[in-house]
Design a protein around this ligand. Structure first.
Ligand SMILES: *Cc1c(COP(=O)(O)O)cnc(C)c1O
Ligand SMILES: [Zn+2]
Length: 412
């Protein structure tokens, strides 16, 4: 008995057979995977999950893969949920948690979505995996394609950070550097779909890819003792994961994994240098997300034309969340704040999330005892260059290898 029965349009409800496609032919709305809920209700349980592997695949019943022999895994997910007491003290939050997804195999959240996407593609006979990427996705796709022994094409903007290019190249994919922005790269890939038999993780097989995101929220609930937080802070690029986290909460309730009917507030984080969703959220017309040209150090979330932006705004409003944005300086300050208080080194996208958390906390958004979780989605070594060029924060001295020199230069 298959648990995934087809695809459904999020806008008009039109249904489609299971296949590698992501837009509705009637209304151009996005397509989502549809599960046999009656079947899932029978099999999903806390104990089945708790007895599963210590990876996101403990949630395999809620992922669109029928047969675990096809799973392509590097042990992604089941990342630490850290109680952040020192950061919380600075921000006036006594129950602040960080979901540290930089601990994934290629050091970003993208391993969750790619593990599902490539598993699905392999199960459905695809021989070549591809993607349009701002960096982290290409990193994950190159690694998981290598793991699966599949042909791989990754498309990136030509001016990507050197650390990210190195971390992609080592897996030896076909690396296509496009002279343009991410949005140009994405458009090119959409055109390529027509003439290639490839599985583009974030385009034609997006409905399956997107499902992997849910595991981040499933794990958060499990790690809180099968409870939901009061608010979740999520970085927004395309908005894909934000929307799936809302679905994950629905499923946690539907399948009896959490006994609560209070939906967390969903709050989105963007960099002001690329804030199309934020711009719409604070305007009179939140349903009109106008494209922007990105200009920010938060490259991994710099999508100027986010496909799920409208849904992000709806979910934020319906759940009592907000969409907030921070400056370039606030991003770097937040990276340092997180490192200094909690020992976690995050990339610029994590700086956006923590920057928004700090901004909202300082503006008095919370009383102080709410359970707030921030999703830290990528590792700091991916974007270390932004710290090297920002000066004025270093407690560094240079000395000769003598006691005299030490005593002269260092006060202890
Ligand atoms: C891709 C990515 C996101 C957000 O992705 P969506 O496109 O909004 O799903 C957030 N953080 C990091 C580090 C990412 O690489
Ligand atoms: Zn439709």
């Amino acid at each position: 008995m298959p648990k995934v029965v087809g695809l459904r349009c999020r806008e008009c409800g039109a249904e489609y057979e299971l296949q590698a496609t992501h837009v509705c032919e009637m209304c151009f709305g996005p397509l989502d995977a549809v599960y046999d809920e009656a079947l899932l209700k029978k099999i999903v349980s806390r104990s089945r999950i708790e007895n599963g592997p210590k990876s996101m695949w403990r949630y395999r019943d809620l992922l669109p893969i029928e047969d675990s022999v096809n799973v392509v895994t590097l042990g992604e997910g089941y990342t630490p949920l850290v109680k952040a007491d020192r950061l919380g003290a600075e921000l006036g939050l006594r129950n602040l948690y960080l979901k540290n997804d930089s601990m994934n195999p290629t050091n970003s959240f993208k391993d969750r979505v790619v593990s599902v996407a490539i598993s699905w593609a392999r199960a459905h006979g695809f021989e070549t995996i591809a993607c349009a990427s701002t960096g982290n996705l290409a990193n994950a796709v190159a690694a998981y394609a290598a793991r699966a022994g599949l042909e791989c094409f990754v498309f990136i903007p030509v001016d990507l950070e050197p650390a990210k290019v190195a971390a992609i190249s080592v897996f030896d994919p076909n690396l296509v550097a496009v002279r343009g922005t991410y949005d140009d790269v994405n458009r090119l890939c959409s055109q390529l779909l027509e003439s290639t038999p490839w599985a583009f993780c974030n385009i034609n097989i997006r409905p399956f890819y997107a499902e992997g995101s849910k595991t981040l929220t499933f794990e958060t609930a499990e790690q809180l003792g099968w409870k939901l937080p009061e608010e979740i802070i999520i970085p927004i690029a395309s908005g894909c994961q934000f929307v799936r986290h809302r679905q994950a909460v629905r499923e946690l309730m539907e399948f009896g994994l959490v006994h609560s009917d209070r939906v967390p507030a969903f709050t989105g984080a963007q960099a002001l240098g690329c804030a199309p969703v934020y711009n719409a959220f604070v305007s009179d017309t939140p349903d009109r997300v106008l494209p922007v040209k990105p200009n920010t150090i938060a490259r991994s979330i710099a999508i100027g034309n986010p496909s799920d932006g409208v849904y992000v705004n709806r979910i934020a409003r319906e759940t009592g969340g907000v969409v907030e944005a921070v400056t370039e300086e606030e991003i770097v300050d937040a990276m340092r704040l997180l490192a200094r208080t909690e020992g976690i080194f995050t990339e610029t996208a994590g700086g956006v999330t923590i920057g928004v958390l700090a901004k909202l906390a300082r503006a008095g958004r919370w009383r102080g005892d709410e359970v707030v979780v921030a999703y830290v989605t990528g590792h700091g070594l991916k974007t270390a260059d932004v710290l090297a060029s920002a000066n004025g924060h270093e407690r560094r001295v240079e000395i000769d290898p003598t006691m005299k020199s030490f005593r002269e230069k260092v006060s202890i």
